[in-house]
Design a protein around this ligand. Structure first.
Ligand SMILES: C[S@@+](CC[C@H](N)C(=O)[O-])C[C@H]1O[C@@H](n2cnc3c(N)ncnc32)[C@H](O)[C@@H]1O
Ligand SMILES: [Zn+2]
Length: 511
């Protein structure tokens, strides 16, 4: 086929032409393309660009003098490529990429990739492969054949690819991994989540962060089998999926620390409070490390605040999920030409404000909903925590989120103080309910809701696009072999998008 010749599919009808970033692709409709994922692809371009800059510097320093390190050539594998769009964009938009392999198991997809590569003039950089992703990665698990960067963007769950992925990436290399099976990761069927990810999810308000942490523990466990471990650079929950960016390193000694980065969760079924219990603790004295099993449980049989029982979930990754230094570099270098630049800028600014050592979060609506009280403004609740000497932040995952290092007792005492001035209707205070039990306990002191000078975060003051707008057309993970651009196909889903949200309007929560 000539470069400018437009292909037709078997029944002679035109194929779809799609432009995104610097790429223009054709796809026959049997191959997956989801326009909502443009944010995912834009962000990946920004992350890989920053990563390559640092990675090349590291290679120059650690392998000084070795041949070929002066202008190190980076190779990317897109293991599940569909149309090749992502690979083509990586080749055209990321400086310093020498080679991209765009692989897919579907022959139709590989035909699309080949034709798109020619159309975009990137034959020198991008090559198509038709292979099972795991098989391809196993073929590249030896040192000189590994990839610097591997992108895994599956339908649903990535876990079946992880064993090969953690072996096929170079020392210090980067993995970009998406999971779209959010219902499973967020606790809809714990037994399925266990069989896929090796962890029990909990139905908790901070389920999106728990999902990210389950995926990270799953990648870590796979890496540990080969004396490797991960260092998360950035971990996001966006739209209908999660996406993590992690580096992989080797070292049996370092792997001993993996169990100190994982925790079980005790989750109160009455008030949504949570307590994390590490799998293993470590006491370090210079280079001596003493690992021990902690005693537990860290909670009583019934929650001390609301007297309801706990569920036990996990293990989840409980170490930091982002590297603020890295995120800052990405933010400083995101090309403003990217179509979703504003959203990337907004999310990364919120990420930088997140309390990095505090896993999970409360939500304003759940705290007040549990007590059946009028909802305090976000600024008032954040002020009460700050006035009491604790830290507080949002997370990019939820616009009513409250991440804090304050103990649960303090969080609930603040809500008890709020309830004194915003009393609950007596008819709602039914004996034995979480609200009744929580409000039966007197707060230890009076907490002040006077607006604190730091209650309003910089990202909000500066008016960044911090949280996702209402879902756009085509929103959703799509299914195998879907071009999500046909209006007919999406009409019902569009009609229903945000329906539940509209019914339970969250108006005013960001005040
Ligand atoms: C969600 S799509 C990828 C979308 C693409 N990364 C993008 O940004 O547009 C998943 C792709 O994985 C392919 N796939 C599924 N199982 C595979 C396997 N075992 N090996 C290789 N490709 C596979 C499917 O054919 C499909 O094209
Ligand atoms: Zn409770």
């Amino acid at each position: 086929m000539e470069k400018d010749e437009k292909p037709t599919n078997s029944n002679g009808a035109d194929v779809k032409e799609i432009s995104e970033g610097l790429a223009t692709i054709w796809t026959k409709g049997a191959v997956f393309y989801n326009p909502v994922q443009e944010f995912n692809r834009d962000l990946s371009i920004a992350v890989i660009s920053s990563f390559i800059h640092d990675y090349k510097q590291e290679i120059k320093i650690t392998k000084k003098g070795e041949a070929g390190t002066e202008d190190y050539k980076v190779t990317i594998l897109e293991a599940l490529s569909a149309t090749g769009l992502r690979s083509i964009r990586y080749a055209k938009e990321i400086p310093g990429v020498a080679k991209v392999i765009a692989n897919d198991i579907s022959l139709t997809a590989v035909e699309d990739i080949k034709q798109n590569v020619i159309k975009n003039n990137v034959e020198q950089i991008v090559s198509a492969r038709h292979c099972d992703a795991s098989m391809l990665m196993y073929q590249h698990r030896h040192k000189n054949e590994q990839f610097d960067i591997i992108d895994l963007d599956p339908y649903g769950c990535p876990s079946q690819f992880l064993d090969s992925t953690v072996q096929a990436v170079k020392e210090g290399g980067l993995l970009l991994i998406t999971a779209t099976d959010m219902a499973i990761l967020c606790g809809n069927s714990p037994e399925t989540c266990y069989s896929k990810y090796g962890a029990i999810p909990i139905k908790i308000k901070s389920c999106h962060e728990m999902a990210v942490r389950i995926l990270l523990q799953c990648i870590e466990l796979h890496a540990n089998r080969y004396s490797r471990y991960i260092v998360p650079l950035l971990s996001l929950s966006a739209d209908f999926y999660i996406r993590v960016f992690v580096r992989v390193f080797s070292g049996a000694q370092k792997c001993k620390f993996s169990a100190t980065k994982l925790s079980h969760i005790y989750h109160c079924t009455g008030c949504d409070s949570f307590t994390l219990q590490l799998l293993v603790t470590v006491k370090s004295d210079k280079s001596n490390h003493k690992f021990s099993i902690p005693t537990g449980p860290l909670v009583s049989k019934h929650c001390e605040q609301c007297k309801h029982p706990h569920h036990i979930g996990g293990p989840i990754w409980s170490a930091p999920i982002h590297s603020p230094e890295f995120v800052k570099k990405v933010l400083d270098n995101v090309p403003s030409s990217l179509k979703t630049y504003k959203r990337i800028e907004g999310i990364l600014n919120v990420v930088l404000e997140e309390l990095v050592d505090v896993p999970l979060y409360y939500t304003l609506d759940k705290l007040s909903g549990t007590l059946h009280v009028e909802m305090p403004s976000m600024m008032a609740l954040r002020s009460a925590l700050l006035n009491a000497g604790y830290h507080v932040s949002f997370t990019h995952m939820n616009k009513t989120s409250i991440k804090t290092d304050a103990p649960k007792k303090v969080v609930w005492d603040i809500m008890r103080c709020w309830a004194r001035t915003h009393p609950v209707a007596q008819k709602r205070l039914i004996q034995g309910t979480p609200a009744f039990n929580i409000l039966s306990i007197e707060p230890e002191k009076d907490y002040s809701f006077k607006i604190h000078p730091h209650a309003n975060p910089e990202s909000r003051k500066k008016g960044f696009l911090r949280f996702q707008e209402n879902p756009t057309p085509h929103w959703g993970p799509g299914c195998r072999a879907t071009i999500m651009v046909g209006e007919q196909k999406i009409q019902k889903s569009v009609r229903n998008q945000g329906k539940r949200k509209r019914e339970t309007s969250e108006e005013g929560v960001d005040k």
